[in-house]
Ligand binder design. Structure first.
Ligand code: SF4
Length: 729
């Protein structure tokens, strides 16, 4: 076949999304998946973070464990060293697989229930003794609680569970504080009563003494003796009234249920006397907050008065005026932090509903609210018209906007990654101000071959939904507040893995392979129109892996065709061509990723520019060598004499000064190369962009790369690049 026609077919599909002739094949129904995900075909057989166990009565990050971690703990405790232990370990892992498969099929329950059920099933298959051994081993489980697979409902259950542990701790602290204050205020009243005439009447003295010895005393006589000089009431009326009123408020507050009833507090307020704090929309939470403000102010005032009274520090002349004026407008963040936080778990399909339109306003107003926003689908197609994408833009915009509000804790993570970021979830829920948790929860769609765990897990390395946290109160600068959580290879555009395959000559090959946004998009069958299978005879040198294609300038990329490596159901390797619409989304995804990198201090453009300037200044100001130069040898002198003068417009390297640090080679190994002395020179100026020249100049440790002037006047971003290049020309 004519190679030109072959390439044209590829290019036409890439540019138009239309398959010309019959050479390129549609991918529908071929069960293709990114080649790097081939080992994950049987997910239930692999040990990974899910299922999770929501452990009861534990605090913080310890309230959630992985099934694998708990099984490992049991096996460490009960499996002896040697062959017997090995057999038990094997059966333990078999049981773990059984539970994982049951949960994937929809089983629910506590870990101990699912453990026993799995042991019974294995016993049926392999003998009663095995069941008994596994049940016995189950007794060594270090924790129990609800078992949770990775489903679209998981983020809400996990966040709610962690929130409950935080609120329980808050309630414990509140009751400890209030219990002590009530005791102290009651003691003041009791002491005043016992010193008063009423307290020294015979009946009062008899009641105060109590116990079995009452018959030994003549309380009438005692009353006459001790009651002679007693005052009517040693407490001034205003103080008595204040103490009684304060005690009344503390004992009737509706924010925290009594300790013995706390289980009913957190489920939406089934007890009419206790407020519920869990909502499924912002409007309802904001309304409840507003309606409760007067009571909140009354409770905070009572706490403050009680604290002053308990240490004898209440001065009427000073404090009366202040507390009379104390109302809901006086409440500060520290006051609200003593009360329960509001939890809003917005169902994925209601994110854009009118009742949640006030989300940003609610976060910016500093309400003590923790909001979970779940994204079921990162595919916002049609926002820009047919064939265009806006993958993940809404969720990215939401998190970025929330970070810009100031004072808001923000966490973004795919659902599959939630166990890894459990400490940050706890931190956000325990933070003093508002918090936003933006989670890509995935969806269960008919005919979707991907379980939510895999589809959300793939969003992390592909940069489609990176994990990060922003703790507004965590420090005074971005370095302290912002963190790219466990995004793989955060310094790279795309994480590079090793792809192992058998080539056409039946040889095992290991090759680097990047996992890109295009690979992530290939996982969703709804995107099949944006891909076409290129049979081996169609492959040519103009095809480039998507990551390499994205590294080119737009002009250079226009002549190449991007593809991703994919495998079919029998693990045969294919090249799948990607159309321009989807690659445009990949570029946008990369742009958003670069912004996050900068927030995390990776490839910070300001810092890099400053560094380049400093390097250049340092090189220019470097003192001449202390020792006198040896007289040039004839050949060297000749070479120096012949060394051409370089104009500012020419790109060149001071090769003789190159200490071979490799930086420029990493940027573009086709443009930069080493000579026979392993010193760098520009091998092919046409093999890269002006941007790469400038980046190499900035990276060069001895500032010996001179980028000259751009060859292509249409290269994007030239104005900025020329400014950066100025110090090196
Ligand atoms: S970056 Fe500079 S020092 Fe490093 S290899 Fe290239 S030219 Fe040499």
């Amino acid at each position: 076949m004519d190679p030109h026609a072959k390439h044209t077919d590829l290019l036409v599909f890439h540019l138009t999304g239309k398959r010309r002739g019959g050479a390129l094949q549609p991918i529908d129904g071929r069960d293709l998946r990114p080649a790097l995900l081939a080992p994950l075909r049987d997910l239930d057989a692999l040990r990974h973070d899910f299922p999770l166990v929501l452990v009861d009565r534990r605090r913080g990050a310890d309230c959630v464990h992985t099934l694998s971690g708990l099984v490992d703990g049991v096996l460490r405790d009960v499996a002896p060293r040697g062959i017997d232990g090995e057999r038990l370990r094997r059966h333990g892992l078999q049981l773990e697989r059984e539970i994982r498969a049951a949960v994937a099929a929809g089983a629910e329950g506590s870990l101990t229930d699912l453990w026993d059920a799995a042991a019974a099933r294995l016993g049926e298959r392999e003998g009663e003794t095995l069941e008994q051994v596994l049940r016995h081993a189950g007794g060594a489980l270090r924790a129990d609680g609800a078992v949770l697979g990775c489903t679209p409902a998981t983020p809400a259950r996990l966040v709610r569970h962690t929130w409950q542990t935080v609120q329980r701790e808050k309630a414990r602290q509140f009751h400890a504080d209030v219990g002590m204050l009530v005791q102290q205020l009651s003691d003041i009243l009791r002491a005043a009563f016992s010193h008063s005439q009423a307290g020294r009447r015979p009946q009062s003295l008899q009641a105060a003494l109590g116990g079995p010895h009452q018959d030994l005393f003549d309380f009438d006589a005692l009353s006459r003796v001790v009651g002679k000089s007693s005052p009517d009431d040693e407490l001034p009326a205003s103080r008595r009234e204040r103490l009684v009123r304060t005690l009344g408020v503390l004992e009737s507050q509706r924010f925290f249920a009594p300790p013995e009833q706390q289980a009913t507090l957190w489920t939406g307020g089934t007890r009419s006397e206790t407020f519920g704090f869990e909502f499924d929309n912002c409007a309802a939470a904001a309304l409840a907050f507003r309606e409760r403000l007067p009571e909140a102010a009354e409770l905070v005032r009572a706490l403050a008065v009680a604290e002053l009274e308990s240490r004898g520090g209440y001065i009427e002349a000073e404090h009366d005026l202040f507390f009379e004026a104390f109302d809901e407008n006086s409440l500060g963040a520290d006051d609200l932090a003593r009360l329960p936080d509001y939890l809003v778990c917005i169902p994925p399909e209601r994110s854009d509903a009118p009742e949640n339109a006030s989300l940003i306003e609610m976060l910016s107003s500093g309400l003590p609210v923790k909001v979970l926003v779940q994204t079921a689908d990162l595919r916002d197609e049609a926002a820009l018209g047919s064939g265009h994408f806006a993958f993940g833009v809404r969720s990215a915009r939401l998190a970025t906007t929330a970070m810009g509000l100031g004072g808001v804790f923000v966490l973004q993570s795919p659902a599959a990654n939630l166990y890894a970021v459990r400490a940050q979830i706890d931190c956000g829920l325990a933070s003093r101000g508002p918090a936003l948790f933006s989670v890509y929860a995935g969806a269960t769609r008919r005919g979707d071959p991907w379980p939510p765990y895999l589809s959300t897990a793939a969003a992390l390395p592909s940069r489609a939904f990176p994990a990060f946290s922003y703790d507004a109160l965590g420090g005074s600068n971005w370095a302290e507040r912002f963190s790219l959580l466990n995004c793989p290879q955060p310094e790279a555009d795309w994480p590079l893995e090793t792809l192992e395959f058998v080539d056409a000559a039946q040889q095992r090959v290991r090759a680097p392979c990047a996992f890109t946004f295009a690979d992530f998009a290939l996982c969703d069958p709804r995107n099949s129109a944006h891909f076409a299978l290129a049979p081996r005879e169609q492959w040519d040198d103009a095809m480039l892996p998507a990551a390499d294609w994205l590294a080119l300038s737009e002009q250079d990329a226009a002549r190449r065709v991007p593809y991703v490596w994919a495998v079919d159901a029998s693990d045969a390797l294919h090249r799948v061509v990607v159309d321009a619409g989807l690659m445009q989304s990949a570029r946008r995804c990369l742009l958003l990723w670069h912004r996050l990198q900068e927030h995390a201090g990776i490839h910070d453009s300001h810092a890099e520019r400053l560094l380049a300037r400093e390097k250049a200044a340092w090189a220019a100001a470097a003192p001449p060598a202390a020792a006198p130069e040896p007289a040039p040898q004839p050949a060297a002198a000749e070479a120096a004499a012949e060394a051409p003068a370089h104009s500012r417009d020419e790109a060149w390297i001071e090769t003789a000064r190159c200490p071979s640090c490799d930086e420029c080679q990493h940027i573009n190994p086709r443009m930069f190369a080493y000579d026979e002395r392993k010193q760098a020179y520009i091998k092919d100026i046409t093999a890269g962009t002006y941007r790469q020249l400038v980046e190499a100049a900035e990276s060069c440790q001895v500032a010996i790369i001179h980028p000259g002037k751009p060859r292509d006047p249409d290269e994007p971003g030239l104005e900025d690049l020329l400014a950066r290049a100025e110090s090196f020309r």
